[in-house]
Structure formats: structure tokens, C-alpha cells
Design a protein around this ligand. Structure first.
Ligand code: PRX
Length: 652
């Protein structure tokens, strides 16, 4: 955020108290009750979390709620035996939820499937038995590259059931990215699909996987789910390696006992971007993640038995894991899952889905809201959205203007909005309003969830009105670290304040009511349409190109995406920049990472602004890219570079 925007946010003083109707039926009875329970959860986390965990099924109760003997590698519910899949499905089979819809899935062409909890149990058991027949067992890593079809949710749950570690790679990533992840996690199995529908066109996924694993000896089997009958997505099947999913599960038993797993057994790995060129495999485990996603989903989405909950996130990202699959299913919720684009066949698709299934809760990203705003009010106005009672946002700061539009046009000024701040590493929501309890302010994620001891501090760890966001106590879903790299976990998240507090990488302000306003990343991670991209990842891609000597990538403000990327590239001696070269560099980024990481602009430059010690001054590049007056340039080795770059950028 630039300083002008920060000012807008900080002078935002509209407040929206919860309606009486909402207050009357909320899980938490008002602000005093919230404060009291929050205080209790901080002062006596063991009792608070034990009570929450007691709402779930354990084959054996834990011995210790939180074990901090190996700080900062905290462990939760140690000695306990549980299974997250059991808690998401089996736990609901003996009561009124047995035949309740668990997943209402809608494909982009309009086809749909409804899976009740009973159906889901059967399908997961068959899937899990199929995975076992391929030799997959507890602790094995399974890479998943599937589109948004029900089998994706089932694949996660089937792995969780048998204790295999799933690692979903978002279906927008390229073959090279899949390969890197498979190698890092040393996966012998891949679950993929032949394809999906995207903006009315077939998207073929299997060839991408084929390319990714070409020559990789570690991959033994590839399970391929067919999206449709017929030959739309026809793909080559390699004999001996590729297994047709439908054949695999056809004759499997519909019973597969859930493995009794240790609370600290690994549940999944999810790769996310950091400040180096190499994405990190964020680890989450069964017990703590389960309790945290269960409780946050229950309170934050105010889940009631009759709710129809529509989360638009892709399961390829953490939001889809925690709040499309695990959290809501652990609460026996009915989840709407949609395969395709929000603007197919027209810009009203999400609203058509809300109307068709009577969605009561809608959770999306600010980038989507800004796109809806741009498309015009006529789209939501043409549908009956009266079933909605609660709205949510996630993934990036929401600008007050978008918040107000969401409130008025989608929420008819009656639905509370929960602006939820969290990350892949936190596993679940950390800062959020509680519906029916917290008065909201447009642009603020308001207050910490139970058990979250959040503060805004300076480098010395002193509490301040503005500075770095920090969390001063562990919570059950805190990541167990970076796969294969314990030092990186310590260096990235625990490097400040003598390693006592967790540092998420965001800057924040706190207002007179104690409300948190998350202002964005303070490191070299950029949030493009809610997708986290490390600028170092792009930089290392560029230097692979034979014409490139050096590059620096920065995040810039983008009207719809929130942030976009601007790449400053220095070419080797004697090479001229051209549009063709820009295209080649874009193609390289698409090949190495994925199309979604393509920058808004590439600027060729004879040099980059550096300090006398050779450090690239990204702050100045951001100023140039966003057309701002340049900050302090006195530390530059050669100040003329920024002037020439500035001229060049504005002409470009
Ligand atoms: O910068 C914060 C931003 O997204 C980052 C986490 O990205 P990721 O791990 O991909 O997870 C996204 C979905 C949880 C954070 O460090 N962020 C997420 N939610 C918000 C946010 N920034 C401001 N407000 C939010 N509500």
C-alpha cells in the first residue's frame, strides 16, 4: 500500500455494528463475552484448546495440550490419536447429517453433483483403498494436481484417512513447478486429472504432468481422474505407470477404517513463496490443524446446520484446504464447490450459483470483489441474493471502497463481513471479526481470534501503533516448519525478538479501538490477485535466459489484482531489448512458474539502482514503477540511473 492509501485506511472511521437479529443467534454473546473468552484463551490456552478439541473425535485423548520443549517447533495434543478425515466425515454418519449434502459441486458447463456425507464416506473409502492398493501408506507423500472437481476434495480426505501426506499443486502451475515440488517432497505418486473446463474451453492437465515427470525416476504411479465421459479430454496413458481412477476404485470395498494417527503425524505439505527463489513446503499436522480449522470455521462463519456455504477459493491454495474442505466439513456444513471462472458464461456466474443453491455464506477474495465492481451492479442485481446472511474476504487487504460495495450490493447492507487475515503458515484465520459480535470497519480485519496473541511492534519488540505484525504465542495450527529445512523455518519466522515471537512478514497498524489494519507484506513477497509470489522466484527465472545479466522485480499497485509485478531487467553487453524479447521472458516465466506470475511490465535498463555496497534499492524501483516522487536517493552509487529509468518507465 502506498502512503496515500494508508491514509485512506487510517481515516476510515465508518463502523458497522452487528444487527440485533445476528446478535441474538450468534455463537458468542457480545463483545464482553468475546473479550472474556479471548483473555481466558490467552491466559490459559491449555484449557481453552482442550475444550475445543473435546468437541471432536479422538481414538485416544492427548497427554499434553501444547509441548514447547523444542521451540519454535511447537507440538499440540501430543500423545493423542485422531484422524481428520474421520472427523470430517465418519463423525457425521450416525446422526441427522448422514444424508445431508456435504459437497454441492457445480461444473463450469453447468453439470452438477451432490455428495451427501454418506456418499462422501463411501467414495473416500474406495479412493483410500485404491491408494493403498498402489502401495501408499502412512507418511508417504502424494502430489495432487487436479482441477476443482469433487475428486480433488476426496483425494485430500482419502490421503488424510490413511495418513498419507498430500501436497496439492494449484492447477495453474507449470510442469517445471510441479517437477520442483515432486522432487522436494520426493513423491512416488501423483494424482491428476485429464482436464477441466475453464472459460468454456477444455484445459488439458495430463500432458503438463507428463512433461513434469518425464525422466523423474521417483514417480511410480500416476492416478488419472476423468473429468467427463467421452473423449473431450482424451489423454495418453503410459502403461505400467498411469492408472485410471475409475478402474482403480471400481471394485474397492466401501469400508476403509480411518487410520489411528498421532496428533503430530503430518497431514499435508503446501508449497508457498518466500523471499528466496525456492518455494517452501509448509507442513501441517493432523491434530492441531484439525482443532483450529474446526473452531475457526464454526465461529467465524457462524455455521448453522441449515447453512449453504460457498467458498470460491481453489483447493490448490490454503484457503481451499482449510475453509472449503477441512474446517467446514469438520462442522458438517454443506459446501458449494465451483469448477470454473467467475465470468463464464457471463459476469453473473457466482450470483447465479448463490441463487441456485440458496447460499447463505459467501467467502471470496478482494481481487474478485474489485472485478465484480468493475463489471457493474447489473450482474448481482439480476439475481436473488436474499439467501445470503454472511460475507467473508481473504487473501489481501481489502480497500474500503471494495468493502462498501460488497456490503451494499452483495450483502444488501444486512450481512456482516468477516475480513479474515491469515496465511498458509498459520493454517487458519488469525485476525477476524466475529459475526454478530464485532462491529466492523471497512478495511480492517479487526481483532484476534481466540488463542491468538497478536501485537504490532517495532524492531525492538515494543508495542506501537504502526509497525510489524507479530503473534506472541503459538496456536494449534501453526506450521510445523518448512519441509526438509528446519533452519529456514527459524530464520524466516523467528528471526526477530530473540526468537520469541512469530513474524508473519506483514506490516500493520492498530487503531484506538485496538483494531488491526493489515497493510501488506514488508518483505519481497507480492500478493497478485491473492496469489503469493516471491520476487526472487521471477528474478531467478530471468537470469536463466541467455540475454539477461540481472533483474529486480517489485510489486506495484494494480486496480483489480491488488498488486501486480514490474520487472526491471538488465541485458548482457551488446543485447538490445525488444518486444520479442519481452515475450520470450514472459514465456519463460509461464514455463518455469505459471501464467499467473506474468508481470504487468518488463523494463529493460542499462543498470539497476544500487547502494554503494551493491544492494538493489527496490524502494526506488517501486517509486518509479508507481510514478511517485523518488524517496531518498543519496545512498545511491549512481543517482543518474534512476532519472533515466524514470523517463524510460513513463514512456513505456
Ligand atoms: O500479506 C498477507 C495476505 O496474504 C498473505 C498470506 O498469503 P497466503 O499464505 O497465500 O494465504 C492467503 C490466504 C490466507 C499474508 O501474509 N493476507 C491474507 N489475508 C489478508 C491479507 N492481508 C490483509 N488482509 C487480509 N484479510
Amino acid at each position: 500500500m502506498d502512503s496515500q492509501e494508508i491514509n485512506v485506511v487510517l481515516h476510515e472511521n465508518r463502523t458497522f455494528p452487528p444487527s440485533k437479529e445476528f446478535q441474538d443467534q450468534a455463537h458468542i454473546a457480545g463483545m464482553d463475552a468475546y473479550r472474556e473468552l479471548h483473555k481466558k484463551s490467552i491466559e490459559d490456552p491449555d484449557t481453552f484448546w482442550a475444550e475445543a478439541a473435546d468437541e471432536l473425535h479422538w481414538f485416544k485423548k492427548w497427554d499434553q495440550v501444547m509441548d514447547d520443549s523444542e521451540k519454535p517447533f511447537y507440538k499440540w495434543f501430543t500423545g493423542g490419536k485422531t484422524n481428520l478425515c474421520y472427523n470430517c466425515v465418519d463423525r457425521h454418519l450416525d446422526g441427522p447429517n448422514r444424508n445431508k449434502a456435504a459437497i454441492i459441486w457445480e461444473g463450469e458447463p453447468g453439470d452438477s453433483r451432490v455428495l451427501t456425507y454418506y456418499d462422501l464416506h463411501r467414495e473416500i473409502c474406495k479412493f483410500a483403498n485404491g491408494l493403498k492398493s498402489l502401495g501408499i501408506k502412512k507418511g508417504d507423500r502424494v502430489a495432487i494436481y487436479l482441477p476443482m472437481i469433487p475428486e480433488l476434495a476426496m483425494a485430500l480426505l482419502a490421503c488424510a484417512r490413511i495418513g498419507a501426506v498430500h501436497s496439492v499443486v494449484f492447477a495453474g502451475f507449470s510442469a517445471d513447478s510441479i517437477k520442483d515440488r515432486i522432487l522436494d517432497m520426493d513423491a512416488k505418486w501423483v494424482i491428476t486429472g485429464d482436464g477441466a473446463w475453464r472459460r468454456g474451453k477444455p484445459l488439458h492437465l495430463k500432458p503438463i504432468v507428463d512433461e513434469a515427470i518425464e525422466g523423474l525416476n521417483c514417480v511410480e504411479k500416476v492416478v488419472v481422474v476423468q473429468r467427463d465421459d467421452g473423449d473431450t479430454f482424451d489423454c495418453d496413458m503410459k502403461e505400467g505407470r498411469d492408472v485410471d481412477y475409475h478402474e482403480l476404485v471400481k471394485d474397492q470395498s466401501k469400508e476403509c477404517p480411518a487410520e489411528e494417527l498421532d496428533s503430530e503425524d503430518m497431514l499435508f505439505l503446501l508449497y508457498t513463496s518466500g523471499t528466496t527463489g525456492k518455494p517452501k513446503g509448509i507442513m501441517h499436522t493432523q491434530g492441531g490443524y484439525m482443532v483450529y480449522t474446526y473452531l475457526t470455521a464454526k465461529y467465524i462463519f457462524d455455521l448453522k446446520p441449515e447453512d449453504v456455504y460457498f467458498c470460491t477459493a481453489d483447493i490448490g491454495w490454503i484457503t481451499g484446504h482449510s475453509y472449503l474442505v477441512y474446517g467446514p466439513l469438520a462442522n458438517a456444513a454443506t459446501c458449494v464447490m465451483y469448477e470454473g471462472a467467475p465470468n463464464y458464461p457471463d459476469n453473473g456466474r457466482f450470483w447465479a450459483i448463490v441463487e441456485k443453491y440458496g447460499a447463505t455464506i459467501f467467502y471470496t477474495a478482494p481481487t474478485a470483489i474489485r472485478a465484480f465492481m468493475k463489471w457493474g451492479d447489473q450482474w448481482p442485481e439480476s439475481y436473488d441474493l436474499s439467501s445470503l446472511r454472511l460475507l467473508g474476504t481473504v487473501g489481501e487487504p481489502i480497500n474500503p471502497e471494495a468493502w462498501m460495495w460488497y456490503h451494499e450490493k452483495i450483502g444488501s447492507e444486512k450481512c456482516p463481513i468477516v475480513d479474515t487475515w491469515w496465511q498458509t503458515e498459520t493454517g487458519g484465520v488469525m485476525l477476524t471479526p466475529l459475526p454478530g459480535v464485532t462491529s466492523t470497519k471497512p478495511g480492517s480485519a479487526t481483532l484476534p481470534f481466540f488463542g491468538v496473541d497478536a501485537a504490532v511492534v517495532n524492531e525492538a519488540g515494543e508495542e506501537k501503533q504502526a509497525g510489524l505484525l507479530t503473534i506472541r504465542k503459538p496456536w494449534p495450527a501453526i506450521t510445523r516448519g518448512v519441509y526438509g529445512d528446519p533452519e529456514r523455518f527459524k530464520d524466516t519466522y523467528w528471526c526477530n525478538w530473540d526468537g520469541k515471537y512469530y513474524f508473519p512478514g506483514d506490516g500493520a497498524k492498530i487503531d484506538e479501538d485496538g483494531y488491526f489494519w493489515v497493510l501488506g507484506r514488508v518483505d519481497d513477497v507480492v500478493n497478485v490477485s491473492g496469489h503469493r509470489i516471491g520476487t526472487a522466484e521471477l528474478e531467478s527465472v530471468y537470469v536463466e535466459h541467455p540475454t539477461v545479466a540481472e533483474s529486480a522485480v517489485v510489486g506495484i499497485k494494480h486496480e483489480i489484482k491488488g498488486q501486480g509485478l514490474a520487472s526491471f531487467v538488465t541485458l548482457r553487453e551488446g543485447i538490445e531489448g525488444s518486444d520479442e524479447l519481452k515475450k520470450e521472458l514472459d514465456e519463460l516465466v509461464a514455463k518455469k512458474i505459471g501464467k499467473f506470475a506474468k508481470p504487468e511490465k518488463i523494463i529493460f535498463t542499462i543498470d539497476l539502482p544500487k547502494t554503494r555496497s551493491g544492494k538493489i534499492m527496490r524502494r526506488l524501483l517501486r517509486d518509479i514503477a508507481e510514478g511517485r516522487a523518488l524517496g531518498n536517493v543519496t545512498t545511491l552509487a549512481d543517482p543518474s540511473i534512476v532519472e533515466s529509468l524514470k523517463g524510460q518507465y513513463s514512456e513505456d
